[in-house]
Design a protein around this ligand. Sequence first.
Ligand code: URP
Ligand code: ZN
Ligand code: ZN
Ligand code: ZN
Length: 466
Amino acid sequence: MSRTVIRGGLVITAADEIHADVLIEDGRIAALAASGTPAAEAFTAERTLDATGKYVIPGGVDAHTHMEMPFGGTRASDTFETGTRAAAWGGTTTIVDFAVQSVGSSLREGLDAWHAKAEGTCAIDYGFHMIVSEVNQETLKEMDLLVEEGVTSFKQFMAYPGVFYSDDGQILRAMQRAAGNGGLIMMHAENGIAIDVLIEQALERGETAPRHHGEVRKALLEAEATHRAIRLAQVAGAPLYVVHVSAQEAVAELTRARDEGLPVFGETCPQYLFLSADNLAEPGFEGARYVCSTPLRPKEHQAALWKGLRTDDLQVVSTDHCPFCFTGQKELGRGDFSRIPNGIPGVENRMDLLHQAVVDGHISRRRWIEIACAAPARMFGLYPKKGTIAPGSDADIVLYDPHAEQVVSAETHHMNVDYSAYEGRRLTGRVETVLSRGELVITEREYTGRAGHGVYLPRSTCQYLG
Ligand code: URP
Ligand code: ZN
Ligand code: ZN
Ligand code: ZN
């Protein structure tokens, strides 16, 4: 038996804050006891980690990543190996990535391909959602099988006609299936048919710069699609999780649905909380770094996102980590914003940015842990194995220094991408040490993990339901 004890830190979970020592046995949390008490003194271990002055928090759960995803004529630049290592550096110990069904293939083929990419390469544990690109009798049946084997959530797109797009009938059928098998539909809610018209018209007017990406992907078209997805889910009797919510009008749709008592959930991402359309409007082609969908919005939208996170009308902050290098990848869209690969890197930055939100007074410390660890674990059937510090849980733990100062930069980050969307930003707080199932992955700001430590996580169904 291997034992580690973490002494003297402030243990923060979504429920509690307590000065406690944490005993780890064979990769799991065995016990907690208030520091300095006889119960804590009785903990014995081969290894002691001193957490005096530090926070002891659950490892982050990032429920929305796209490692090495083919998209926009290229491929996301982080592999499972580089991306999960960067995640660990940033205090995230679980990712749920999106396996993709290619048009003309089965869900099974897509899932097998994603297993093959990830297996033996990850520094931290990982699960999969499934992107459903084609709804037909076969794929609907496959959804049942996937839920049984632990792929319990399915992403559909109201955007990207000709790529991932599903029409309302296909969405309704998938939702009906999810209502029957316990799956959770995750929706990319933007009216892609209307957006494609606006893209064509903008390009005809010679509006080719990155900022026009934000202008044509209108907040109203996010809100409209969000409304439509909510009502289709209501008709199907299915729960709904709306991904990467950025528009205040979309938050209002979620708030209204939740006030009606519907099982509707929302996710936002750090880029919508900390960046804005001003970044897209940086001179020349510089704004290409910030092209993602839904797009960055004018700053005025941020207040509604923060409020939604405080009122629980938004439950989860994930990254939608989908990195493309500026050189050679974002540049594919010089002269035509619609060809800029969509996505922003951030898997390494999420926990720190959200800690900064604590420092800035947007959310409490416990809410930080709720939206970054506990809620995503519950939403996607991983709780309490992941997302908390409690006896029996996996010992996925971060020792976090709340007073350390850092400046975010591509020079020092570990993601395989040639820029940082947060370049130059000063943050208070930094990850010091990270354990994954009791093994040291980051030790006092040194990487001590290994590719292949991370294991695949079959998941149960959404734990907010039933
Ligand atoms: O721009 C984004 N979000 N890229 C990743 C794909 C998606 O829609 O989540
Ligand atoms: Zn999306
Ligand atoms: Zn409400
Ligand atoms: Zn995404």
